[in-house]
Ligand binder design. Structure first.
Ligand code: GDP
Length: 177
């Protein structure tokens, strides 16, 4: 963890994408601040948050971008993807439609982001076990087929959120160095 004084070796931009209300903002604040905000969405205008971590002995500043609600208006622009080394593509395990749209988000990434971008598929709200509408196997199969990393997370209780971010940052490290 950063004490604010160490030298940063690399800055990695990671974008968080996916349908509205899947938990993108909450995943981000869980990772960046270890917080879950029960009454969020006052976040319009906040573009990114950072957290500094050590990966393989290097100090990495992860700069994680949030769409800040723009996805509602299909206004996620190429500026958002510019320079992104990683993408967290989030769906809600309790909303089948948000998983059905994942293929479109992958197309969007292939069209606008760098070819070498590392993509991680995230099934969020894994705490809502009784409401599950997307079997883990379906998502795993899709991820393997498309060459994506995959994890199920809960921004609410924090399960797997750090692990998923550390995984994507490690993979990025492997790609860029
Ligand atoms: P966004 O539109 O994708 O940024 O979604 P938000 O982060 O605003 O979350 C949408 C709603 O889902 C909010 O009511 C959150 O409190 C809730 N939510 C987000 N993550 C989780 C989670 O892991 N578990 C549960 N149970 N609810 C979540």
């Amino acid at each position: 963890e950063s004490n604010g004084h160490e030298k940063i070796d690399h800055v990695y931009k990671v974008v968080v994408i996916g349908d509205s209300a899947v938990g993108k903002t909450q995943i981000l604040s869980r990772f960046a601040k270890n917080e879950f905000c029960l009454d969020s969405k006052s976040t319009i205008g906040v573009e990114f948050q950072t957290r500094t971590v050590t990966i393989k002995g290097k100090v990495i500043k992860a700069q994680i971008w949030d769409t800040a609600g723009q996805e509602r208006y299909r206004a996620v622009t190429s500026a958002y993807y510019r320079g992104a080394l990683g993408a967290m593509l989030v769906y809600d395990i309790t909303k089948r439609q948000t998983f059905d749209h994942v293929a479109r988000w992958v197309e969007e990434l292939r069209a606008h982001a760098d070819n070498s971008i590392v993509i991680m598929l995230i099934g969020n709200k894994a705490d809502l076990v009784d409401l599950r509408a997307v079997p883990t196997e379906d998502a795993l199969e899709f991820a393997e087929d498309q060459g994506l990393f995959f994890s199920e997370t809960s921004a609410l209780n924090g399960d797997n959120v750090d692990t998923a971010f550390f995984k994507i940052l490690e993979e990025i490290y492997g790609v860029v160095s």
